[in-house]
Write a protein that binds this ligand. Structure first.
Ligand code: DIG
Ligand code: MN
Ligand code: MN
Length: 392
């Protein structure tokens, strides 16, 4: 049974260098773990069955590294990738740690900061492409405000649009086969972050010069912080063809961004997310943007990584059981009925519909056995149903 849930690269699980490399520092305490070298991370994740690693520019190359140091670091990293077969599906820029970005990067009032953010991103795009990245993520950790008197949110949106348009042109000019994925978050580290949720980005993308190049990278914890149903958010991104990447983790509602091990808190919602990803044919990486508890030692970091992948595979098998469960499927058929689509508009259809007499009482009296259905899902997730008809 254990072998069923052992990941392989075919599962396309990825981790950021910053996730398993997280040293446990938080706003109230220093690091509790030693740094783990990127080469070690590549090797250990490969041993665990991961598909790849992602990185911010400065996760790999320190911001003050010389050209010689950079080339050495990148060379060692590339060697580890080659030896292990690990990929780099996604890259991104750290536009949130350096104090220069204290009041934003792309949305800063200061055009010099905005220019530096573009420079840093172009260089990071070059590095990402050099190592094989096909998706480039933008998470605007500092693109926000504490004092709304100071920054016009409409100017912020315009500046962010100018930056993404500029970088799309850079990618086209360089002939990079990159797609961009925008990652939303409602707050933290800023009091409020612009584009607070994934739907906000889905609307924004339509206003860009090259909307076809840009999608979203929803993160469970961030949408949970915004009080949204992540399953619905991912469905909207998928339905609009804009789910270019996904950040999986877990989160308790109403807390700071916990970036918890996948499946450690929200099994039911994450079950539907895994079911959706697998049944929709989403072919992108399953990226765990999460980290071990601060209380863990380095061994615990690898327990964390193993747990993320194992829980995903267990939920994937639960989705199979759900699809094969006769009782669940017959309830779905009953609830959904014929599920036929209404005809598109023409004057005849509209006239007929306007004149039709609906029996409202009959509509209201239709049985909807959601209690039975949801109980079956709970029992499936709790392991007392195995997807086949069972007694009791
Ligand atoms: C935080 O959720 C952000 C950063 O870690 C990174 O820029 C992005 C990529 O997954 N997620
Ligand atoms: Mn997060
Ligand atoms: Mn993220």
């Amino acid at each position: 049974m254990f072998a069923m849930f052992t990941p392989t690269p075919a599962d396309k699980f990825t981790f950021g260098l910053w996730t398993v490399g997280h040293r446990g520092r938080d706003p109230f305490g220093e690091a509790t773990r030693e740094a783990i070298n990127p080469v070690t991370i590549v090797r250990r994740l490969a041993e665990l069955g991961a598909y790849g690693v992602n990185f911010h520019d400065n996760d790999l190359v320190p911001i003050d590294a010389s050209v010689i140091e950079r080339d050495h670091i990148v060379g060692e990293f590339r060697r580890a990738l080659t030896e292990t077969g690990m990929r780099v599906p996604m890259a991104t820029t750290n536009l949130f740690s350096d104090p220069a970005f204290k009041d934003g990067a792309f949305t800063s009032h200061d055009p010099r900061v905005r220019g530096y953010a573009l420079q840093k991103t172009m260089q990071a795009m070059d590095l990402g492409v050099e190592l094989g990245a096909e998706t480039y993520v933008f998470w605007g950790g500092r693109e926000g405000a504490e004092v709304d008197a100071a920054k016009d949110p409409m100017d912020a949106i315009k500046r962010f649009r100018d930056a993404i348009n500029f970088l799309c042109e850079y990618a086209r000019d360089q002939k990079y086969a990159l797609r961009f994925a925008l990652e939303a978050k409602p707050n933290e580290p800023r009091g409020d972050i612009y584009f607070a949720s994934t739907p906000a980005y889905l609307a924004f993308i339509q206003t860009l010069d090259h909307p076809e190049m840009v999608g979203v990278n929803p993160e469970f914890a961030h949408e949970q912080m915004a009080g949204l149903n992540f399953y619905h958010v991912v469905a909207q991104a998928l339905e609009s063809g804009k789910l270019f990447h996904i950040d999986l983790n877990d989160q308790k509602p109403g807390r700071f961004d916990q970036d918890l091990r996948f499946g450690s808190e929200s099994l039911k919602t994450l079950f539907f997310v895994v079911k959706l990803l697998e049944e929709s044919g989403y072919s992108g990486p399953r990226h765990f943007d999460a980290h071990a508890y601060r209380s863990e030692n380095t061994d615990g970091v690898w327990d964390f990584a193993r747990g993320c992948m194992r829980t995903y595979l267990i939920l994937k098998d639960k989705a199979r059981q759900f699809a094969e469960d006769d009782e669940i499927q017959s309830l779905l058929a009953e609830i959904r009925g014929a599920d036929e689509r209404l005809p598109a508009y023409d004057r005849g259809v509209a006239t007929h519909l306007k004149g039709f007499v609906f029996d409202r009482a009959a509509l209201a009296s239709r049985p909807l056995p959601y209690e039975r259905l949801d109980q079956l899902v709970i029992e499936l997730l709790m392991g007392v149903r195995t997807g086949k008809r069972v007694s009791g």
